[in-house]
Design a protein around this ligand. Structure first.
Ligand SMILES: [Zn+2]
Length: 370
């Protein structure tokens, strides 16, 4: 009676029981859901509870017929008898969207903030620089970021006075600002006024809120900073020149970030903060977008068809390149044909297999981390 391995979820065969991202290409092999392979034998691993060792009767990958595979992705059957079936415990992923944030601190959105700031720096390198190296003490939720001329002015003022400056707010991302704006609209956290992003001057990279404002005022004013006045006594703006309006850059950065992760619900990338952009920002996960979907497999026509976000991104790029294909996340014959035509146009080997060369030509970014 034949012993069979059934792949019930897209998986990766591995040579070691560790995360596949840490394995060399030669030590791993992607296998799509639905694949069935005849086994010679299989065994539990003593050292690891999550994987089993399988030896294939006929198949081999990368010249090896013995591999490890995650138990939760497979079934092993003998004839019609289930030999091994293990459903992994479902780990609930609790993800909060920006609009659901009720806590008063904006530090909850730090993951998303980092992705937006990283994207801003892709658009304009060093658009914001850190001033953490200055003699400052920072509140935990503060992003110690300013435009460079503002940092230089701050540095001189702090040097001149010769004491540490307590900073309670500096750069605020549009995600943080939207949380504050939502609090204001819902009368939470005692916020009596908050601008809609990106209108707050804390989105300019030219603003700080500090303690001991009158003590600092003469020093800051000598170096390009202006006190806002008694209505907002903690607040100073840098007016010394050599700066730019970066608020549309933040919006554009978010629109790009959103589109990378929501290919069927794309925003117009125009740097303008309209209702669609606000809806997107409100619907974004506070911990940031899952970047694992951007770990591309090598895509090819297979049985059953490969499916997933990586396929969708490739299809979207084909569509934008003028191929009238359906963006359904399934690598079927139509997608393969489009890829082959695209490849021959780009002087690539027209094998219908999407590896890194084809991805690069398609302009699909292969982001591994931020
Ligand atoms: Zn302020």
């Amino acid at each position: 009676m034949a012993l069979k391995l059934k792949i019930i979820e897209d998986t990766v065969l591995k040579q070691k029981p560790i995360d596949s991202s840490q394995l060399a290409d030669n030590d791993k092999q992607s296998i799509p859901q639905g694949t069935e392979l005849e086994l010679h034998s299989w065994a539990f691993l003593e050292e690891d509870n999550a994987h089993v060792r399988v030896a294939f009767a006929q198949d081999s990958f990368k010249d090896r017929n013995t591999w490890l595979v995650f138990k939760g992705h497979i079934q092993i059957v003998e004839g019609d008898r289930m030999v091994l079936l293990e459903t992994p415990p479902v780990v609930p992923i609790i993800s909060l969207m920006v609009r659901e944030v009720t806590s008063c601190s904006t530090s909850i959105v730090r993951g998303l903030d980092m992705q937006i700031i990283a994207e801003m720096n892709i658009l304009i390198p060093n658009v914001l620089v850190s001033f953490e190296d200055l003699n400052v003490r920072l509140e935990p939720a503060v992003w110690p970021l300013l435009q460079l001329p503002a940092k230089r002015g701050l540095e001189r003022a702090i040097q001149e006075r010769g004491i540490q400056m307590q900073i309670n707010s500096a750069y605020r991302t549009i995600a943080q600002q939207l949380i504050l704006f939502n609090h204001f609209q819902n009368r939470r956290c005692g916020i009596s006024l908050a601008a809609r992003p990106p209108r707050s001057n804390h989105q300019s990279g030219l603003a700080i809120d500090i303690s001991d404002n009158q003590g600092w005022r003469p020093f800051l004013e000598r170096w390009g900073w202006r006190w806002l006045g008694p209505n907002d006594a903690v607040h100073f703006d840098f007016v010394g020149g050599g700066t730019r309006d970066i608020r549309p850059v933040a919006v554009r950065a978010f629109q790009r970030l959103w589109n990378k992760h929501n290919i069927s619900d794309r925003l117009v990338i125009d740097g303008a903060y309209g209702s669609d952009t606000e809806r997107g920002l409100n619907s974004s996960p506070v911990e940031g977008f899952d970047i694992s979907i951007l770990n591309f497999r090598v895509l090819r026509l297979s049985r059953p068809f490969m499916q997933g976000e990586d396929v969708r991104l490739v299809q979207q790029a084909l569509l934008e390149a003028g191929f009238p294909i359906e963006v359904d996340g399934i690598y079927g014959p139509g997608t393969q044909t489009a890829i082959r035509i695209f490849q021959s146009r780009q002087d690539l080997v027209d094998d219908g297999i999407v590896g890194s060369a084809t991805l690069a030509e398609l302009g699909v970014e292969k982001v591994q981390s931020i």
